[in-house]
Design a protein around this ligand. Structure first.
Ligand SMILES: Cc1cc2nc3c(=O)[nH]c(=O)nc-3n(C[C@H](O)[C@H](O)[C@H](O)COP(=O)(O)OP(=O)(O)OC[C@H]3O[C@@H](n4cnc5c(N)ncnc54)[C@H](O)[C@@H]3O)c2cc1C
Length: 486
């Protein structure tokens, strides 16, 4: 992704080298994205249908959380907005007020994206702001390895030079400590001015050479292992990711065109690897296509992702578990920040500091969003959930929850990835009940508020009914002629 974006944004004025090792390989997981992916695909100039075909993608309207808030409970975090498009008042405050006055509806009935997801349908957001379809939002499920291969092809076509081999020696300037060159086991030596460490959890340059410290957040996000296993598809692909809370973590189910991705993300403090494998294999919907693949990680981030002339992007810079599919976004966001802060050869430490500050803020806000899922639960008596319910929380999360409880307001910091709709979905989904609403709404009578909500609900339902199935959208892509063929 980084090589692809650099080659597109900067072009041939800067020579980009890409070093990858087939022997080491990639982490090989990462199948779910969030809507910010559209920005990146546009930046890199991908053709939509070709991208869908090359990466075996399906559409994703949100994430369904099963047994998270409490056993038997299900809710969806949709990517679209709540309400219809023409409301001048803050929509969810209408809903809070009506609930206080006896309305029985959940917030999901006011999300077109949720209705469409549950119906197994799909539509692109409308550009007409007056259409209810303008409230829709979507991302993709895809095979990340195929995405990487596809982007590599584009990058090489734009002049990126790829070297196959393992980096075995790193040279540094004797006075400044700047990295000056990399040598591979194939005998190549690459000199450069700026080094982007995309070496995954290894952090070959940022950790191995520069020793940038890792801030461990596993006391808030206790899951530290995963088992991933592909299965045969058993039915039409659902247009959302499924996340089912289990005793010591959670299981993902992700439909792609050719298979389903599955995995158990768990905490090794609360379950053994063998038991986790057995739980996962007994909880699959289709026939496994391979043995479960183990992956180990620690939640957290580098204190300094950019140090001297090395910028860590991807897992080398930090990892937040995949519950809200944020890692690919965080990579793309780091790329965007690198482009806007692109350095001179001197790599001014102020430039690096700004990169580190804004990336840290983004990481912390995502971390808090994930922690919300873990700690706001009831009726789950397994030790991991009891631990999460009683753990001390990050201060910013306590502040957010308190605001919501007091006034129904969602307070966001400037660098937050997840906006009001996402926080609303997960706060209400995890059982937080707002105690009040925005008093601006008192300018509307109670009756008018109920009528407005009823009309909105009917409009969204009727809109959903006339949409085509998700499967038909995927078929249209797979059966369309390839790009360049009339
Ligand atoms: C269980 C799990 C599930 C995930 N699910 C999602 C998801 O649904 N959505 C999402 O957005 N993200 C997800 N992620 C994160 C996602 O997989 C990664 O962010 C993404 O794959 C990018 O990884 P990377 O490029 O940083 O590292 P890697 O994929 O590990 O790539 C590292 C690269 O560096 C090379 N390399 C390493 N050392 C050397 C060396 N010495 N010499 C030469 N080359 C070297 C390797 O060959 C490889 O090419 C998930 C992660 C995990 C662990």
């Amino acid at each position: 992704m980084t090589a692809s974006a650099l080659s597109k944004a900067i072009g041939p004025r800067v020579q980009t080298f890409l070093i990858e090792s087939d022997e080491i390989g990639t982490i090989g997981v990462g199948e779910a994205t969030i809507p910010t992916i559209h920005w990146f695909n546009q930046l890199t100039g991908l053709n939509h249908n070709e991208f869908m075909r090359e990466t075996k993608a399906t559409y994703k309207l949100g994430i369904e959380f099963e047994n998270w808030a409490r056993p038997g409970h299900v809710y969806l975090h949709p990517f679209g907005r709540y309400g219809d498009t023409n409301d001048s008042l803050p929509f969810h405050h209408r809903w809070i007020r009506a609930r206080q006055e006896g309305l029985d509806d959940g917030i999901e009935q006011y999300s077109l994206t949720t209705l469409v997801a549950r119906a197994g349908k799909f539509a692109f957001p409308a550009s007409d702001p007056n259409s209810p379809l303008a409230t829709l939002g979507y991302a993709f499920h895809f095979d990340a390895s195929l995405y990487a291969r596809y982007l590599r092809k584009h990058s090489e076509a734009r002049g990126v030079r790829r070297f196959e081999g393992k980096v075995i020696k790193i040279d540094q300037h004797p006075e400044t400590g700047f990295v000056t060159s990399l040598r591979t086991d194939k005998g190549d030596q690459l000199d450069a001015d700026l080094f982007i460490d995309c070496s995954g959890l290894r952090g070959v340059l940022i950790g191995g050479v520069l020793g940038s410290a890792f801030e461990d957040w596993s006391h808030w996000l206790p899951c530290d292992r995963a088992l991933a296993v592909p299965t045969e598809r058993t039915g039409p692909p659902v247009p959302y990711t499924r996340s089912e809370a289990l005793a010591a973590g959670w299981q993902w189910r992700i439909p792609l065109q050719h298979r389903n991705g599955n995995g158990y993300v768990y905490s090794s403090k609360f379950i053994s690897d063998d038991e986790a494998a057995s739980v996962l294999l007994n909880n699959l919907d289709g026939k496994p296509l391979a043995d479960p693949r183990p992956i180990r990680f620690t939640a957290g981030r580098r204190k300094r992702s950019w140090d001297k002339n090395v910028v860590a992007i991807g897992l080398s810079g930090g990892f937040l578990e995949p519950l809200e599919s944020t890692s690919i976004h965080l990579i793309q966001s780091a790329i965007a920040k690198l482009l806007s802060l692109f350095p001179t050869r001197q790599c001014d430490p102020y430039t690096a500091e700004q990169f580190n500050r804004v990336l840290s803020q983004e990481f912390e806000a995502v971390r808090d969003f994930l922690v919300l899922h873990y700690h706001s639960t009831t009726g789950k008596n397994e030790p991991m959930w009891e631990y999460c319910r009683s753990m001390p929380l990050p201060e910013a999360l306590v502040y957010k929850e308190e605001h919501f409880k007091r006034s129904g307001r969602i307070v966001l910091a400037p660098e937050e990835l997840f906006k009001d709709g996402s926080w609303l979905a997960v706060l209400t989904g995890q059982g937080h009940i707002p105690g009040d609403y925005n008093p601006l709404l008192d300018s509307v009578s109670s009756k008018d508020n109920f009528v407005y909500l009823r009309r909105t609900k009917d409009l969204l339902r009727a809109t959903c009914q006339r949409l085509p199935s998700h499967e038909s959208h995927i078929r249209a892509i797979t059966e369309a002629p390839p790009v360049g063929v009339a």
